[in-house]
Design a protein around this ligand. Structure first.
Ligand SMILES: CC(C)(COP(=O)(O)OP(=O)(O)OC[C@H]1O[C@@H](n2cnc3c(N)ncnc32)[C@H](O)[C@@H]1OP(=O)(O)O)[C@@H](O)C(=O)NCCC(=O)NCCS
Length: 162
């Protein structure tokens, strides 16, 4: 999906930094909850951010400036991995998630990356979005996510050749 002028009027994308993590964690908590064990803690985010090849991208409401979504990804040795992607539930289905996904893919293309990949919980509705962007399933990691109630959930690995 390509960027649309209508969406540009309500959302702007920019690179985030450690000072933005409070706003990112609000989206993280609201979007993921704690049921499936998909969310990262603030200290996990703060720990990875300074690492080489790691990017945090923010989607801000164009009017209020509030963070309404974010992506976190890491590029190493010719491959790029989407680590996290989330949008505030009150802003779902406005195209923000796909805009962040397009941004991730576009950044990888600009960097000459040949293949992008990600892990997603089996059953996560986000899989529809990844499939519509061209990702295909390449693997399964059993019991990868540890839910709050002791339940385990498989992760599916998806990849897209650029
Ligand atoms: C996944 C997520 C980022 C999607 O964000 P979003 O801004 O609502 O996504 P978009 O509006 O750009 O949706 C793009 C397309 O993806 C698909 N899609 C998105 N959410 C969907 C859902 N809940 N069910 C089915 N399809 C969905 C649809 O095809 C949608 O297009 P459409 O609205 O024209 O039908 C958001 O639901 C979220 O934050 N989920 C919780 C966090 C998460 O699980 N992240 C992914 C794993 S890291």
């Amino acid at each position: 999906m390509m960027a649309t002028p209508a969406l540009d009027r309500i959302v702007r994308l920019e690179t985030g930094k450690s000072a933005d993590l409070d706003g990112v964690m609000k989206v993280m908590t609201d979007a993921f909850g704690n049921r499936y064990g998909e969310a990262w803690t603030q200290s996990q985010c703060a720990g990875i951010l300074p690492m080489s090849g790691v990017s945090l991208r923010l989607a801000r409401d164009a009017h209020s400036g509030a963070i309404i979504g974010f992506s976190l990804f890491r590029s190493i040795a010719g491959e790029s991995e989407l680590l996290l992607l989330a949008v505030l539930p009150s802003r779902h289905r406005e195209g923000v998630g796909m805009r962040l996904l397009d941004d991730f893919i576009g950044q990888a293309q600009n960097d000459g990356i040949a293949r992008v990949h990600l892990e997603v919980r089996d059953g996560n509705p986000a899989i529809s979005m990844y499939r519509s962007a061209g990702f295909t399933q390449v693997g399964r990691r059993r019991n990868y996510y540890h839910g709050a109630d002791g339940l385990r959930f498989d992760a599916l690995t998806y990849a897209l050749e650029l």
